[in-house]
Design a protein around this ligand. Structure first.
Ligand code: ADP
Length: 182
């Protein structure tokens, strides 16, 4: 039987939220790679890329952050509707807007990419925490802007304690157990 066009997944919005430097992008890359190897349709939507390509007009006030996520939600919903595992990596610090994405996309799995602020700051992947501390960057999540931790995330991965491989496997296992992928 011809199986090359077989798709081994349903559409779902997999939403990675967490502080800058927590590991959202780092997890999303091998995750999508693995899903594709498994015969799933998968697509990444990453905060940094979206802000450069889709929402360059927006800043980091609460209003702009909400608008940023609302536009992403529009794209994510289309992908989900067309049967794609849509892996979204966004700080998305506000609980209410994450609730909005949940409602709009219908099939939504929240992944809390958990990591203590001190560890994220120590990693300082993009040198942004240092700038936030001096005030050069304003409205920086965790330093001068709030982060509202998820209260009922479907998945929590603590990147200060787990290996990247284990984090990816935890997410894949959840998707399999809940029949989003097969
Ligand atoms: P975010 O997308 O959340 O802003 P990044 O993925 O850009 O974060 O950065 C996370 C950093 O943490 C990377 O430099 C990555 O190598 C590092 N890191 C260390 N341990 C882990 C882990 N277990 N899981 C994910 N990232 C990790």
């Amino acid at each position: 039987m011809e199986t090359t066009n077989q798709v081994n997944n349903r559409g779902v919005c997999l939403w990675l939220t967490g502080l800058s430097g927590a590991g959202k992008t780092t997890i999303s890359i091998p995750l999508v790679e693995k899903l594709r190897e498994m015969g799933c349709k998968a697509q990444r939507l990453d905060g940094d890329v979206v802000r450069e390509k889709l929402t360059p007009d927006l800043g980091f006030t609460k209003e702009d952050r909400d608008k940023n996520i609302e536009r992403v939600t529009f794209v994510a919903e289309l992908l989900v509707r067309h049967g794609v595992v849509t892996v979204c990596a966004f700080i998305s610090p506000y609980r209410a807007v994450r609730q909005y994405v949940r409602k709009e996309t219908g099939k939504f799995v929240e992944v809390f990419v958990k990591c203590p602020l001190e560890v994220c700051e120590d990693r300082d992947v993009k040198g942004m925490y240092a700038k936030a501390r001096t005030g050069e960057i304003k409205n920086f999540t965790g330093i001068s802007d709030p982060y509202e931790e998820p209260e009922n995330a479907e998945i929590v991965v603590d990147t200060s304690k787990m290996t990247l491989e284990k984090e990816v496997d935890t997410i894949i296992d959840y998707l399999r157990e809940n029949e989003y992928i097969f």
